[in-house]
Design a protein around this ligand. Structure first.
Ligand SMILES: NC(=O)c1ccc[n+]([C@@H]2O[C@H](COP(=O)([O-])OP(=O)(O)OC[C@H]3O[C@@H](n4cnc5c(N)ncnc54)[C@H](O)[C@@H]3O)[C@@H](O)[C@H]2O)c1
Length: 267
């Protein structure tokens, strides 16, 4: 279980927060770190409700806005963020975790264009739409006291596969590389406004994405064994890095892509 000395006392948004993956761990980590106003979204309404219940178990008086929807849908993303701002009057931390890997490995010539479009609509465009809505909200507020003039902090979830590539995942690798450079570009554009934008690049993490299909679990074995630590990471290990980047303890970290990968990318 992730526990934190740091205090995250503002308002948080987490996308892809349903279930038992990274987003759910981040959402629960926020609440364990003192955050009492949190908005969560996921395309899966059932797993989103599970995360809401888990949050309320941690802190029964937390205020939770949960709204299911498709992160690739511009209208949904804008409406959701408008609702967050109306309900909580500000947005201090935003973490964009919604993403898909695809159920099997596939090389370029075997990938239908529709599959490529859907993957990029969720991973890259979904992150871009979310960041845009979050920046619009953060620009409307001043920094909270004792936050080192931090007006807002956004953390996108990219991947080690945004930095290096692996067989049969060209579209996914490219979508995550896009998130890393979008993060840098937004960090440059909004530094003067007191907003930090960073991303975390997880290695192979034990979540439904990597464990629910036997084929995918088999395909990932070499990647786990290449990493010096030779194991999967846990969602909480990624959440720890995300929450650090959100916090004012990371007040001079800007546009960074922080790998949390058991050493995969150094090998
Ligand atoms: N698990 C890993 O090994 C790993 C490694 C690197 C990066 N990542 C990234 O971490 C993020 C979280 O993944 P995870 O491992 O926790 O997997 P996960 O499948 O548990 O979580 C992804 C969540 O995104 C949601 N989602 C999918 N499509 C959506 C859509 N169109 N709109 C809204 N929500 C949608 C899913 O319902 C799910 O709850 C993803 O961006 C993933 O690419 C995961």
């Amino acid at each position: 279980m992730a526990s934190f000395a740091r205090q995250l006392l503002g308002v948080a948004v987490v996308t892809g927060a349903g279930g038992t993956g990274i987003g759910a761990a981040v959402a629960k980590g926020f609440v364990r770190s003192g955050c009492t106003k949190i908005a969560i979204t996921d395309i899966n309404s059932k797993t989103l409700t599970q995360t809401k219940e888990a949050i309320l178990t941690i802190n029964p008086s937390a205020k939770v806005l949960d709204k299911p929807g498709d992160i690739a849908d511009e209208n949904f993303v804008n409406t959701f963020h408008d609702e967050v701002f109306r309900k909580f009057s500000r947005l201090d931390y935003a973490v964009n975790c919604a993403g898909v890997l695809g159920s099997k490995t596939v090389k370029a010539v075997d990938m239908p264009t529709d599959d490529f479009d859907r993957l990029n609509d969720i991973n890259y465009k979904g992150s871009w739409l979310s960041c845009r809505a979050q920046l619009r909200n953060m620009l409307q507020q001043e920094a909270l006291p004792k936050q080192r003039k931090q007006r807002g902090s956004i953390v996108n979830i990219a991947s080690q596969l945004g930095i290096v590539a692996r067989p049969g995942a060209a579209a996914y690798c490219a979508s995550k590389a896009a998130i890393i450079n979008m993060t840098r570009a937004n960090a440059i554009d909004y530094s003067d406004e007191g907003i930090r934008v960073n991303c975390v690049c997880p290695g192979v993490i034990e979540t439904p994405m990597t464990t629910s299909s036997p084929e995918m679990a088999e395909a990932l074995k070499p990647a786990i064994n290449i990493a010096p630590m030779k194991r999967m990471g846990s969602p909480n290990e990624v959440a720890d890095a995300v929450l650090f980047l959100c916090s004012s303890q990371a007040s001079f970290i800007q546009g960074h892509a922080l790998v949390v990968d058991g050493g995969y990318t150094i090998n």
